[in-house]
Design a protein around this ligand. Structure first.
Ligand code: ADP
Length: 529
């Protein structure tokens, strides 16, 4: 088998040139391909746009038999297969969207080896009929795409992926290659264990995307802030704007169009024809913006996406990295811009509290959110923080917002104590819980109807916080939440103390805060939020 590797290598290069029309391999592609062509297993961690597909497509063409690709993205199978066919590669897929006749034809092609690549949805593999089909044909390799879906700790777990551990037992001689663009060290280990990849060679590419400039700003009037970004830096550029809800997707797309910027919406509730049309317009037209929920983007291969903007906080660093990774696949300078505010934190904590699943699941979601908040509030290089999150090292990049305008920090211990003691007094003297808005009104000494109604002007903390303006207080709350020194709970996002709050109140702990950039604070004051 070993002798074949040498011949395999030149054959792989020949296929790269003849079929795919590229001159040379990128990064570790040739080593990975060599490993699989030679019959070995591989675990590949490579960022989006790194060129993972060729790592299994070429071995499938070089080795005898059909390469079987497990992919969770049923919606994209057709596109992938079409793209391969356009290159003259014989590809097909089996999934639940097909009727009997279509399936039968694909199976016949597979058995006759008139096929190079067969895409399968993971649940297909647990069907005994599919297994028997694979037994009767010749499988060149198994490629497990989006392999992080097997990880229960990851951000995108799919139960069907657990069954893939049996591939090795049932077909011990077929090489397997698992690929993912998102994996922390913990997920990486979990993928290897769960997929039985102990003998596999691991290929870990750098997760650095040097051409992407990471920027995270305070949110005050997100649509306006976005508009300013587009007008000043990205006029005429193609990009993706992510929003959490379908309603804000619609509103934001409309807003952009009203302001003369070509934009289309994309979310799961649009009918499939509109979705397909908007997606293909995005791929084909220049300078179109897609405003989307995270349903959009997996497998989208558009090289000149110049910016990815988030109007809401992503739920995890993995998600953020994957979404921002869709910018700048062509290597040219691109922007990853995120606006986030206190309301994001409140809203996401609430979603976690009310999410289905057990306590362990909620803890997992909470730790994902914490890591995302830490990235938002960091005072050091964002890129370094991202790389560290994925277990990699880096040095300050000089190209993210925190490197370009280093945020100043200030000693926020006293304001933190004031805020926490207001929460404490509400709870202890009144048995009440309130959200950030009311607590801040109390600190500022505002006699609002709600303050009067609850006689909060009688509290000793009433009006003790006039040294800061409202947006600054909101920044304090946000950062205390991010640091775990305060928590929110329930439907109304009420503030509650944590163990850490006790340390601050007991003067055993100092609080270092990031100074809000002045522009943001002023704009927030203007918009009254
Ligand atoms: P990933 O799956 O890792 O996100 P893809 O496999 O979709 O990345 O590849 C990203 C882009 O890079 C595609 O447009 C692909 O055709 C291109 N590409 C991959 N390998 C090479 C190569 N060796 N030379 C030139 N372009 C490549």
């Amino acid at each position: 088998v070993r002798e074949e590797t040498g011949a395999g290598a030149s054959e792989a290069l020949e296929v790269l040139r003849r079929v795919f029309g590229y001159d040379s391999f990128r990064g570790q592609q040739d080593e990975i391909i060599g490993q699989v062509v030679g019959g070995g297993d591989a675990l590949v961690l490579m960022p989006t746009g790194g060129g993972k597909s060729l790592c299994y497509q070429i071995p499938a063409l070089v080795r005898e038999g059909v390469g079987v690709v497990i992919s969770p993205l049923i919606a994209l199978m057709q596109d992938q297969v079409d793209a391969l066919r356009a290159l003259g590669v014989r590809a097909g897929f089996l999934n639940s969207s097909q009727d009997f006749e279509e399936r039968r034809q694909v199976e016949a092609d597979f058995l006759a080896e008139e096929m190079d690549l067969l895409y399968l949805a993971p649940e297909r593999l647990s069907a005994e009929s599919t297994r028997r089909l694979l037994d009767r044909g010749t499988v060149a390799l198994f490629a497990i795409d989006e392999a992080h879906c097997v990880s229960q700790w990851g951000h995108d777990f799919r139960p069907d992926y657990l069954g893939l551990s049996e591939l090795h037992e049932r077909w011990p001689d077929v090489p397997r290659i698992a690929l993912t663009a998102t994996a922390t060290e913990a997920t990486h280990t979990e993928i290897a264990n769960r997929l039985n990849l102990r003998e596999a060679r691991h290929f870990v590419a750098s997760f650095d995307r040097p051409n992407i400039q990471y920027r995270i700003v305070g949110k005050n009037d997100p649509k306006r802030q976005l508009l300013e970004l587009l007008r000043t830096e990205h006029a005429g550029d193609a990009g993706i704007v992510y929003c959490l809800s379908r309603a804000s997707v619609e509103k934001t797309a409309e807003f952009l169009v009203d302001n003369g910027i070509p934009a289309v919406p994309y979310h799961a509730k649009l009918d499939s024809r509109t979705r397909a049309r908007n997606q293909s317009r995005f791929l084909r037209e220049d300078g179109l913006i897609v405003v989307a929920t995270i349903a959009f983007g997996m497998g989208i291969d558009k090289p000149d996406v110049r910016f990815v903007a988030h109007l809401d906080l992503p739920k995890s660093v993995e998600g953020y990295y994957q979404e921002t990774g869709r910018a700048g696949r062509d290597g040219l300078p691109s922007t990853a811009w995120l606006a986030y505010g206190l309301q994001d934190v409140v809203q996401q904590r609430k979603m976690i509290d009310t999410s289905e699943g057990d306590a362990a699941h909620r803890r997992r979601l909470a730790s994902h959110l914490d890591a995302m908040l830490a990235l938002c509030e960091t005072v050091t290089c964002r890129r370094v923080q991202l790389l560290n999150y994925f277990g990699q090292q880096g040095s300050a990049c000089g190209n993210c917002d925190t490197c370009l305008t280093p945020p100043q920090t200030w000693d926020g211990t006293v304001p933190a104590q004031k805020l926490l003691s207001a929460v404490y007094r509400l709870a202890n003297e009144r048995g009440q819980k309130f959200g950030a808005g009311q607590v801040i009104d109390i600190l500022l000494g505002k006699s609002t109807p709600k303050v009067q109604q609850h006689q909060h002007d009688a509290l000793t903390v009433f009006g003790i916080g006039s040294e800061l303006a409202e947006p600054e207080w909101r920044g304090v709350v946000r950062q205390l939440l991010a640091q775990g020194l305060l928590a929110v709970e329930g439907d109304y996002g009420t503030l509650v103390l944590t163990e850490g709050s006790g340390e601050v109140l007991g003067r055993r702990r100092e609080v270092l805060l990031r100074r809000e950039p002045e522009r943001t604070a002023r704009a927030a004051a203007r918009s009254g939020k």
